[in-house]
Write a protein that binds this ligand. Structure first.
Ligand code: NAP
Ligand code: SF4
Length: 663
């Protein structure tokens, strides 16, 4: 059997799971829309795909504990009926599901938020109200009620969210708990709340209901918990009735990335391994586990009893089923980009997935067998073309994909060269496998022309983009980003024109030297100042980034700070990473000329010359529609060839999938 550890059943308290793969908690954004049929379809598809246990997105136990005003919860009996549709659907699909109880405390985005002490979080505009004794009792009672309602609604268990800097975590750490009553002060007092919550839920529910506690292993904030405290809490929570400990890494206000694509795979699993030695209940590893190989290794090495994967189950609902049937290469990989999941959530949109646009749209976006199979040509092997070709072929069409270069991937191939974006490599590999399995005829090194496209019933133009060449004197002396990333020689002092996603990527590429920290966890921890909670409270160390390979200026015309348009949940990481490499980011720049002396710019009315030896153009892109414009027959234009502005792989793949679903 492949993946014998991952696929082994495990009994957790009253429940026997069919395997060790837990779908971790993720907010979908569907519950608040009242779209419970979609919630049920979303989870049922993951249950059908083999997830051993599903943990729902966090549900508020009361209004003040919601992550934002109106956040979904289980406040009333009417809510229970909605949740029942979800649990019924998951059970019908053969799965098990636990509801996460999430009290956000001072992270609740609203003026009614409550906390152990009246200390505002650096990531929230709202100062919390300090709870009195009666207020604390109310919060506990509401969490117990939520657990009882979860059982009534058919859930197999609950997960009590105690990590990520939320309410219970706020009581644990001196950073946020300045109380002097029996809920603050020494650690026995600070851990009283989470232990009480677990104990009272267990007392209310009896032994026959799964109870998971999610514990923060390393807070990554000053005055966070020490390892002694983490271990003490773990034992106390176990004694209070938890069946299993899930793990969390870092508070939301931490300035260390914990789930982004540049975080090494399984970067924090060693701490789960350490926790496993402190308790007798099973423990769950989490964060940046995205393949069955990584999951299997952690389990085989004894780092954990189960693995939690949240985003990977968005990318592929059938992660486990494919792993179990020897089709691991067909699992759509989560590249940890956050672009369609967390970035959507934080913009108030429904969570989906860049790689799998069906995630969260299971009822509306389907790929049924084609009623009338056709001959379809797809021109261009970037993300849009790859997606359209694969889905059309999977639906039964006869598809030929033309790619002018010698390899598939398009702009994804450039992304894969950036240190910290290595996950784009496996993404291309997955597309290649998918095309082969679907039976797409791939013509590499073939520039399609109108004659080659003769005889096809449908033609899909996914010809992508060309770099925009801004009007600046001496432009011929500059490199395009594609040239720079393809290995053209670059000097010691570099100016980058354009500070969008690609400008940032090129700056990252040019300032790094040697091994990518993403592929070397020890190096990555040094770069970001991740220490050991056994040595410093919260586990922070002094960051020690490697020196930059060269001096880089990153420029834009807009007067605002560069990087504001980057991903909502990841932009700060790119800004911090480049700042650590001494990259100078300038806004409000007018480009005058590229000369032998460097780049002449005007800023704030003053003209100056940046004494650089290389200028790189990252000034956005133009659609490449040359073939479509001269084609003379109706065709479908998708991806960057359609709209280059705001182009990213998310939009390209989504557009391609929706077209291929209707062909
Ligand atoms: P972009 O995000 O549109 O940025 C283009 C940059 O060039 C801007 O800084 C813009 O700033 C500047 N610019 C535009 N026209 C110019 C002109 N005529 N002369 C000089 N400067 C000009 O485009 P991109 O960086 O090429 O990225 C393309 C797409 O790929 C983006 O949508 C991005 O989301 C996606 N991408 C995403 C990631 C990611 O990590 N998610 C990474 C890479 C790329 P000013 O107009 O202020 O000068
Ligand atoms: Fe993973 Fe990106 Fe999909 Fe989110 S959008 S699940 S991070 S691939």
């Amino acid at each position: 059997m492949p993946y014998p550890h991952l696929l082994a059943p495990l009994t957790l308290g009253p429940l026997t799971l069919r395997n060790r793969a837990v779908m971790g908690s993720m907010h979908t954004g569907l519950e608040e829309r009242g779209d419970w049929a979609r919630v049920a379809a979303f989870y049922a598809e993951r249950a059908a795909g083999g997830a051993g246990l599903i943990v729902t997105g966090g549900m508020a136990p009361n209004a003040e504990g919601g992550v934002f005003p109106g956040a979904a919860g289980l406040f009333t009996p009417a809510d229970s009926a909605n949740h029942r549709t979800v649990t019924d659907a998951v059970h019908a699909a053969g799965g098990a599901i636990a509801m996460q109880i999430l009290h956000a405390g001072r992270y609740a985005y609203g003026k009614d938020c409550v906390a152990p002490s009246a200390l505002r979080s650096p990531i929230s505009p709202f100062a919390p109200r300090e709870l009195d004794e009666a207020g604390i009792e109310t919060q506990i009672a509401d969490m117990v009620t939520a657990a009882l309602r979860a059982r009534d609604a058919g859930y197999d268990g609950v997960e009590v969210m105690g990590s990520e800097g939320y309410f219970l975590n706020q009581f644990l750490a001196r950073r946020t708990n300045r109380r002097t009553d029996r809920w603050g002060g020494d650690y026995a007092n600070r851990m009283r709340l989470p232990v009480e919550v677990v104990g009272r839920i267990r007392a209310a529910l009896g032994p026959d209901f799964l109870l998971i506690y999610r514990i923060s292993l390393i807070d990554l904030v000053p005055d966070g918990s020490t390892w002694d405290e983490v271990a003490t809490l773990a034992r106390a929570v176990q004694a209070a009735g938890a069946d299993v400990l899930n793990t969390g890494i870092g508070w939301h206000e931490a300035r260390v990335p914990t789930i982004a694509t540049s975080v090494p795979r399984a970067a924090f699993a060693h701490l789960t391994g350490r926790l496993r030695g402190e308790v007798t209940v099973p423990v769950i590893a989490s964060n940046r586990i995205n393949t069955p190989e990584v999951a299997e290794r952690l389990l085989a090495e004894g780092m954990a009893d189960l693995v939690s994967m949240a985003r990977p189950f968005l990318a592929d609902s059938h992660f486990v089923a494919k792993a179990a049937s020897g089709r691991a290469a067909e699992i759509a990989p989560c590249i940890a980009c956050n672009q369609a999941c967390l970035d959507h959530t934080f913009s108030g949109k429904v969570a989906s997935c860049l790689v799998n646009p069906r995630a969260g749209h299971e009822l509306e976006l389907t790929y049924p067998p084609a009623a009338h199979p056709k001959r379809i040509a797809v021109v261009g092997g970037g993300p849009a073309g790859l997606t359209a070709a694969a889905i059309a072929a999977e639906r039964g069409h006869a598809v030929t994909l033309f790619e002018a270069s010698e390899a598939l991937g398009g702009q994804l191939r450039l992304a894969a060269r950036i240190p910290g974006k290595e996950e784009f490599g496996p993404l291309i590999d997955w597309f290649v496998t998918r095309l082969a399995v679907a039976g797409v005829t791939v013509r590499l090194s073939t520039r399609a022309d109108a004659a080659a496209l003769d005889g096809f019933d449908e033609v899909v133009m996914a010809t992508g983009v060309t770099p925009r060449l801004p009007e600046v004197e001496g432009r011929e002396h500059a490199l395009t980003y594609a040239e720079a990333l393809s290995g053209a020689p670059v000097g010691e002092q570099v100016a980058i024109i354009g500070a969008g996603g690609i400008g940032f990527d090129v700056a990252e590429y040019l300032t790094h030297q040697g091994e990518s920290p993403t592929l070397n966890p020890a190096l990555w921890r040094r770069e970001w100042g991740v220490g050991d909670p056994a040595e410093t409270a919260g586990g922070l160390a002094e960051p020690a980034p490697a020196p930059p390979a060269r001096k880089v200026w990153l420029l834009q015309r807009k007067a605002e700070k560069p990087g504001r348009g980057l991903g909502k949940t990841t932009g700060w990481i790119h800004r911090a990473s480049l700042a650590a490499k001494g990259v100078e980011m300038l806004g409000g720049v007018t480009y005058r000329a590229i000369t032998a002396g460097g780049l002449v710019i005007e800023r704030g009315g003053a003209v100056e010359t940046l004494a650089v030896d290389t200028v790189i153009l990252c000034a956005g892109q133009e659609p490449d529609r040359a073939l479509a414009d001269s084609f003379g027959r109706p065709c479908h234009i998708i991806g960057g060839a359609d709209v280059a502005a705001e182009l990213d792989a998310r939009r390209a793949i989504d557009q391609a999938a929706r077209l291929a679903a209707r062909l």
